[in-house]
Design a protein around this ligand. Structure first.
Ligand code: GTP
Ligand code: MN
Length: 566
């Protein structure tokens, strides 16, 4: 649990909120099968309802895209709130106030920085009207009034006007400095931006977190950005994403471009689904955070060598994270054009035609690898296959990876198998297997889905032999301490923990209803594991005894173990 809100409070809130009602107010839930409600998933594009909400578990799960969580997660993802804000919203609904502790004061101090950045954006925006030269530049770039307002474009005048206007007190100066809008030389402060067109950079919730500033002539550097601050990380933000999300609740497609001006011009010309990186290479974080908004991501690059290199780099970044439900495309523009110039020259329809016809990830990968390889020779074919496998192996297991392998087989008419390709078939019926880890997995699934079962277990399972027992015991202990605990609340304990994903997948796993009742099934699995562990200890000790290296204490222990074995 996040440490600044007491975890008891989170439990309390989660126990009182009804997840079904919470979601239904935003995404009407329809079909009901058993305990589950269904809807089309609000987190990815789909036609059939694979988003399920369980009343008893207080947990949602999408079988299509894997989105999952409790009431807090839902608000974070659907209303795009940060963790404390989601808790705040839920608490309000049940008429409670979030108790504040030291670290939430820190969150408050961030609020102060957001306010400062917002005031700075407003200041620059107002300055644009006062500066005929800057306004003329904007007009000359063909930017409309509406766009100036939507993106709050601004101008930083000559001198230290921002500091003088907004930094009148020591405290205000400090806030300005922390947001990165001031430069410091010895003990003196100066404005960071002078005589530049200002592009406020909003996070996806629309809060200004930094600025980009462009010169109006040919001087260098052409663009100057805010430095990284606690609120602003270039590898996390995408310029214009907030505005794109404002216009489109669902984004069937998202275009990633390289420049502020590109994003803005596309928007002005009706292509409202673009966002720009901030002068750095695309990061996995940026791409991954888009999976919940869109099912198609198109990277747009200049057609020159630098563009080709950037595209290849982006490919390497995304390969390990490509999910089956998102399609990637690579669009290369003609020489000496960027999206800004192109959309102005040829218009929306022609530009969109390029987008829809852009190479898919597989076309781009295979075609690029083909460059200077001659497939008609054995040598060329071998090199080609190896190079392709070298990339394909990074993909997560799934439909897309298999499709690429099939494609490669057909292209080369070779029977290829990827040696690292372990098609692990996960058993969803662990009952039939007495395999240790599947027993644990089964018991863990039961425990997560029916936390009350914990009340019937007296002792933890000895750890160290069966993988996962530590986690099992941890959950057992949590569940034992609480009288009533839903799956959703239980998982709250694992927010941001590495186990969270696995636990969530167990939480939604369909369990065939055991004949002998849940409890005996659960206790049976635990009993079997205990027996296995004991057998393991006996085996180890017997091995040691055969070497004559048992101490008298251990001999005694061994006797005890053998006596109690059944
Ligand atoms: P215009 O020249 O105004 O059309 O801008 P552009 O968006 O076409 O710029 P360009 O293609 O030259 O650069 C793309 C992006 O790279 C910009 O939006 C900036 O984020 C970044 N960038 C460009 N030049 C600089 C620079 O000198 N310094 C920094 N830090 N970033 C730059
Ligand atoms: Mn440009």
């Amino acid at each position: 649990m996040a440490d600044h809100i007491p975890k008891e409070f989170l439990e309390l809130v989660l126990q009182r909120i009804d997840l079904v009602a919470l979601i239904d107010a935003r995404v009407p839930l329809r079909k009901k099968t058993g305990n589950n409600y269904f809807a089309c998933c609000p987190f990815h594009q789909e036609k059939t309802a694979s988003f399920s909400v369980s009343h008893s578990k207080q947990f949602y799960y999408c079988f299509g895209c894997g989105a999952h969580g409790n009431a807090i997660d839902f608000l974070m993802n659907y209303d795009r709130l940060r963790f404390p804000e989601a808790v705040e919203t839920l608490a309000k609904q049940i008429g409670m106030a979030v108790p504040h502790s030291k670290t939430s004061e820190k969150a408050l101090s961030f609020q102060h920085l957001y306010t400062t950045l917002d005031e700075a954006a407003a200041f620059y925006h107002a300055q644009l009207r006062q500066a005929p030269k800057a306004f003329a530049y904007i007009k000359q770039r063909g930017i409309s009034e509406e766009i100036i307002r939507t993106f709050r474009l601004g101008y930083a005048p000559r001198g230290d006007t921002l500091l003088q206007t907004l930094g009148k007190t020591e405290e205000a100066r400090k806030a300005l400095q922390e947001t990165g809008i001031l430069n410091q030389k010895d003990t003196r402060f100066y404005d960071r931006f002078h005589e530049r067109i200002i592009f406020p950079i909003d996070d996806r919730r629309g809060r200004c977190v930094g600025f980009g500033g462009r010169v109006m002539d040919n001087s260098e550097p052409k663009y100057l950005n805010s430095p990284e601050t606690p609120l602003f990380q270039k590898g996390h933000e995408l310029y214009g994403l907030h505005q794109a999300l404002q216009v489109n609740r669902q984004l069937p497609r998202l275009l990633i471009v390289e420049g502020y001006m590109d994003m803005i011009s596309l928007f002005q010309y009706g292509i409202t689904y673009a966002a720009a990186t901030l002068g750095t290479a695309t990061t996995a974080y940026q791409v991954q955070s888009l999976f919940r908004y869109t099912s198609e991501i198109v990277f747009c690059f200049d057609g020159d060598n630098a563009g080709r290199r950037a595209a290849w780099r982006a490919l390497q970044v995304i390969l390990p994270i490509v999910p089956d439900h998102v399609q990637f495309r690579f669009l290369f523009l003609p020489d000496n054009e960027d999206p800004d110039s192109l959309v102005r020259r040829e218009g929306k329809i022609a530009f969109e035609k390029r987008v829809t016809e852009a190479q898919t990830l597989s076309q781009y990968l295979f075609q690029t690898l083909m460059t200077d390889i001659d497939l008609s020779t054995v040598d060329g074919k071998t090199r080609y296959i190896n190079a392709a496998l070298e990339h394909i192996k990074h993909l997560p297991e799934g439909i897309f990876k298999n499709a690429l392998l099939t494609d490669l087989r057909q292209k080369t008419r070779t029977d290829i198998s990827l040696s690292v390709e372990k098609q692990s078939v996960v058993s969803t019926r662990p009952k039939t297997s007495s395999n240790r880890s599947s027993l644990l997995r089964y018991a863990l699934s039961l425990l997560i889905q029916f936390p009350d079962l914990a009340q019937h277990v007296t002792e933890p399972i000895p750890s160290g032999i069966i993988p996962g027992t530590e986690l099992f015991n941890q959950i057992l202990e949590i569940a034992q301490q609480k009288k009533t605990l839903s799956t959703g609340t239980l998982l709250e304990f694992f927010r941001t923990q590495p186990e969270e994903k696995w636990l969530a997948s167990l939480a939604q796993e369909e369990l065939s209803l055991p004949q002998n009742g849940l409890l005996s099934e659960f206790l049976g699995a635990i009993h079997k594991m205990r027996k296995q562990i004991k057998a393991h200890f006996i085996q180890k000790m017997l091995e040691k005894a055969a070497l004559g290296s048992l101490s008298s204490e251990e001999k005694h222990e061994l006797n005890q173990l053998i006596i109690e074995k059944e």
